[in-house]
Write a protein that binds this ligand. Structure first.
Ligand code: ZN
Length: 415
């Protein structure tokens, strides 16, 4: 908002340097505009918000440790405690948080025995080893599980880690993964054809698969998951222009919140996909960015960099709208009904045209600023085409800056 007012009050009639036409001119404008604000280092949240109207109460919420907690220890949020368990004196919430960061192979604590339950699906009566996640017990076949991954084989082949809780029962090992993650891992191990190729699973399953295949070194499946992401999270402008499915639309139903996808990529270090994931999150606007639903809370740093990137893109759009509306620089239109008519007067009409062009670019469009807005209702047919061509040209310039705009890297090659 404030930015717009600044633009409108700014020095609008000036022309620096020689006039260039159409596509190259707009690309040059975008390039110049995007250079300036990137120097900002977005570590201080209040400073990052300068010039943006967000109530201070929201800022406090974002900065509070409790809001960040959900992101910093994601395993906590995935565990569902039955009400009876929570009230049990032997198994309080504080004991859970003590257990969350355990490493592989931690010894079983006595309190767990009392409340542990068998997993619905992966508790085989003829299994010969038990794996405990939180208060859930899986009973599996050590040969099958070991065969799937050298990491799992190593874990299961260390006798010191395995202890039988009862004399006649199988040995048991406690691990730090969430029940949901480990169940997905076992589903993959025990179910031929899962996950299906050429079919991206729903996001929660995808995220579990990603975490588990990374952690346990199941590189074939992990490579397949990365491949699934590549076309929807492009790194090249041409691929962005031709992609059939982009961003979180690639996942099976229900469609995830873009913040949740960004969080996964940050935590799992899927670096190539971070600029575009941040861009997708930014197209939802402030309300989507500050979502506090489970799994969607962005870390302080990610929130700041994403808001910064959104602000840069809006600045570019504002600049392009101003240059287009005040005319003279890109091309000259004489059509009376066209918002790009160089002769529009009085000044209020020019400002109105600029506002409409800006809104068409920045408004809550699925594709965001990078996709060409439809401006046929504002422009004459010729200008509509010329503007689209110029816009696509300037979009490619902006695309190259995307990693630095979202503070992920200097350029795409650095990811
Ligand atoms: Zn025109």
């Amino acid at each position: 908002m404030q930015r717009r007012q600044e633009e409108e009050q700014g020095n609008v009639g000036d022309t620096e340097g020689p006039q260039v036409e159409g596509q190259d001119a707009m690309a040059a404008e975008v390039s110049a505009e995007v250079e300036t604000p990137v120097a900002f280092i977005p570590y201080d949240l209040p400073a990052a918000m300068t010039g943006i109207d967000i109530p201070s109460s929201i800022l406090q919420d974002i900065a509070s440790p409790s809001a960040l907690h959900a992101v910093e220890s994601p395993t906590d949020t995935f565990i569902n405690f039955p009400a009876a368990t929570v009230s049990s004196p032997t198994f309080s919430i504080s004991t859970i948080s003590d257990l969350a960061p355990t490493d592989l192979g931690e010894e079983i604590e006595h309190g767990q025995e009392l409340t542990a339950t068998c997993h619905d699906t992966f508790y085989f009566e003829d299994g010969n080893v038990e794996i405990m996640c939180g208060d859930t017990i899986f009973r599996v076949h050590s040969t099958i599980v070991s065969f799937s991954s050298p990491n799992l084989r190593d874990i299961l082949s260390q006798p010191a880690l395995l202890r039988a809780p009862t004399p006649e029962g199988p040995p048991r090992i406690a691990i730090s993964d969430s029940v949901e993650d480990f169940a997905v891992l076992l589903k993959m191990i025990y179910t031929p054809g899962f996950p299906a190729r050429h079919e991206v699973p729903e996001f929660t399953v995808f995220a579990s698969l990603f975490r588990m295949t990374t952690k346990y070194g199941l590189s074939d499946v992990r490579d397949q998951l990365i491949k699934d992401l590549k076309s929807a999270y492009p790194t090249k402008w041409e691929d962005f222009r031709t992609a059939k499915v982009l961003g979180e639309d690639v996942f099976g139903s229900p469609k995830p919140h873009p913040n949740a996808v960004l969080n996964l990529f940050e935590v799992q270090n899927v670096r190539f996909a971070i600029p575009f994931a941040a861009y997708r999150a930014s197209t939802g606007g402030f309300l989507a960015l500050i979502s506090d639903k489970p799994g969607t809370v962005l870390s302080r740093h990610t929130l700041a960099t994403t808001i910064h990137g959104m602000h840069v893109l809006q600045s570019v759009a504002s600049h392009v709208a101003r240059v287009a509306a005040y005319g003279g620089k890109l091309w000259v239109c004489t059509n009376e009904a066209c918002a790009l008519n160089a002769g529009i007067s009085p000044i209020e009409k020019k400002m109105e045209a600029m506002g409409k062009i800006y809104d068409a670019m920045v408004g809550q469009r699925e594709g965001g600023v990078l996709s060409t807005p439809s401006l046929g209702h504002l422009f004459c047919p010729k200008c509509t085409i010329d503007f689209s061509v110029a816009y696509a040209g300037s979009g490619s310039v902006l695309w190259e800056k995307l990693p630095s705009v979202f503070n992920a890297s200097r350029d795409w090659d650095g990811l």
